[in-house]
Write a protein that binds this ligand. Structure first.
Ligand SMILES: [Fe+2]
Length: 304
């Protein structure tokens, strides 16, 4: 499915000027950092990606401290409308995000979730109420309400950029990973927003919301319908999780294939690890899940 708000495609004169890493790396990396592993150096450069002149992608990684959630802002700033998407917004930080969007002159088109979160309330309902015209997006398999439902293989366009949808169930039954497009004019290296399917050196728990360690392992390792999931994406793909609890911000496929503490194991060992985590019942789950099934708020007023 191609979402209806796709803007008129422009001639892709932008291939050479879009990447989050390429044009800024030499100036952003100090000499000492330039000696890091290529993947680490690339990740550091991408994290610093901004809205420099001549670059198509504007990218911001935003943090909500109480639930250690990352929200991602992506925009096509080469398009006159500067259409933007927010991935995994949090209700507590909606005003911060809206202020940033306003300061940068962006037009928020989609507020998207990787899954129905259990540890915080999504900001999508508030965003829709405060910024009429914004559409919410979540997977059909999530069972949540939204304006647009996506399935594996769908594309979400904003300007001349797009995200591809990968079904990566296992943390919840409806988890998806959003991956930047594989085409001329799209970010290089690619960027994958993995939600809780893959965390840096870890992964989301699998003991509620239809979770399944077996399914999560397959979501990360397998190749489905000729479309790469996570570990089969190019090794320089930048991985951006929905959370981090240790201060990490970004990883790569190459790093996680080598160092992920759980997902580098064979499937049976992985299932044993996940079945014996003995985690506490999530303190927000009874509030967050019902709210997130309806965009975060039950009946948004027309304007807040
Ligand atoms: Fe989650």
């Amino acid at each position: 499915m191609i979402l209806p708000l796709r803007l008129i495609p422009r001639v892709a004169a932008a291939a050479a000027r879009l990447t989050p890493a390429a044009s800024c790396a030499p100036t952003l990396l100090p000499p000492r950092r330039a000696r890091l592993l290529p993947a680490l150096a690339m990740a550091a450069a991408a994290y610093s990606a901004g809205s420099g002149v001549g670059r198509r992608l504007l990218f911001r990684q935003l943090f909500e401290a109480e639930s250690s959630t990352y929200t991602y802002l992506l925009a096509d700033v080469a398009d006159p409308d500067k259409p933007a998407v927010l991935i995994d917004p949090v209700d507590r930080t909606v005003d911060r995000d809206l202020n940033l969007i306003k300061e940068l002159g962006l037009k928020l088109v989609y507020a998207m979730n990787t899954h129905v979160h259990a540890d915080h309330i999504t900001g999508t309902g508030l965003l829709k109420a405060k910024l009429p015209g914004v559409k919410s997006v979540i997977s059909k398999a999530s069972g949540a309400k939204a304006d647009h439902f996506v399935d594996h293989g769908d594309k979400i366009h904003f300007g001349n950029l797009f995200l591809e949808v990968r079904a990566t169930p296992g943390h919840t039954a409806g988890c998806v990973t959003y991956v930047t497009g594989d085409a001329d004019g799209q970010p290089s290296p690619r960027m994958a927003f993995t939600g809780d399917a893959l965390l840096i050196r870890a992964c989301g728990r699998t003991d509620f919301q239809g979770g399944s360690p077996d399914q999560l392992y397959e979501s990360v390792h397998s190749q489905a319908s000729m479309q790469n999931l996570i570990f089969t994406l190019p090794k320089d793909t930048l991985l951006y999780p929905a959370h981090d609890y240790k201060g990490f911000t970004v990883s790569t496929v190459e790093e996680e294939v080598a160092y992920n503490a759980r997902l580098t194991k064979d499937k049976e060992t992985f299932k044993g690890i996940m079945d014996n985590l003995n985690l506490r019942y999530p303190k927000m789950i009874d509030v967050a899940v019902p709210a997130n099934l309806v965009c975060g708020i039950q009946d948004p007023p027309p304007k807040i």
